[in-house]
Design a protein around this ligand. Structure first.
Ligand code: GRF
Length: 212
């Protein structure tokens, strides 16, 4: 479905993607089957992010918004501005896709239980930055990606789904990252579709499927 076709419909669930860089997961979400969810907005904290260009090419509203004067988190006022804008746009699910900032307050409050992230490791192993390098250095034989809900700490929210890949003897950080990225693109759409279809339910930390 094109974004323009979805503009006046009540049976779709609007998704915003927040990205700082390349935006390949954003594009995978736009091209993948996330119904009844549809990506209607991309916001970046970096004006030079390739994700903004991809959004324009895909006909998705693309905005640069100032994140505040910090390197790895939002200013409180700015985080509220991002949340307010998304609420005004009728956004119901927020997908972080390579957003290089920690959420601290207003976004988490405005979208409690409705923010997802994708991480390039099998959490809880290798949270934070350079997960593929961490996996190689540790010597694991399997790695992968995790889609999870976002909570107040980094990469600790409830796991929605994971996909695994082998780690090969001759892998470099780049070759492992590329193998994981292919799975990220499949996993993120699948997780978003499950959320938007209303089949997920929480049992403590565990996210279960009501339709199974
Ligand atoms: C991905 O590896 C994602 O798992 C991580 O940041 C990277 C973003 O890549 N959180 P892209 O911008 O979606 O191409």
């Amino acid at each position: 479905m094109l974004q323009s076709e979805s503009d006046n419909r009540n049976d779709v669930l609007r998704i915003a993607v927040l990205a700082s860089g390349r935006g390949s997961n954003f594009e995978a979400l736009c091209r993948g089957d996330t119904a009844p969810g549809i990506v209607t907005l991309l916001i970046s904290d970096r004006p030079e992010a390739t994700a903004l260009k991809r959004a324009s090419d895909l006909g998705v509203e693309a905005l640069y918004m100032y994140p505040g004067n910090y390197r790895t988190r939002f200013g409180l006022d700015e985080e509220k501005q991002w949340a307010d804008l998304m609420l005004e746009r009728g956004i119901e699910l927020v997908c972080l896709a390579g957003l290089m900032r920690i959420l601290k307050g207003p976004l988490l409050e405005a979208f409690a239980g409705r923010i997802m992230n994708i991480h390039p490791s099998l959490l809880p192993s290798f949270p934070g930055l350079h997960s593929q390098r961490q996996a190689l250095d540790y010597g694991v034989k399997l790695s992968g990606c995790t889609v999870h809900y976002v909570d107040f700490r980094t990469d600790t929210g409830s796991v929605i789904l994971q996909r695994a890949v082998p780690v090969k003897d001759d892998d470099t950080e780049d070759s492992l990252a590329a193998r994981i990225l292919k799975q990220e693109h499949i996993a993120y759409s699948e997780a978003v579709k499950l959320h938007c279809s209303g089949v997920l339910e929480a049992d403590g930390r565990r996210i279960l499927r009501k339709d199974k």
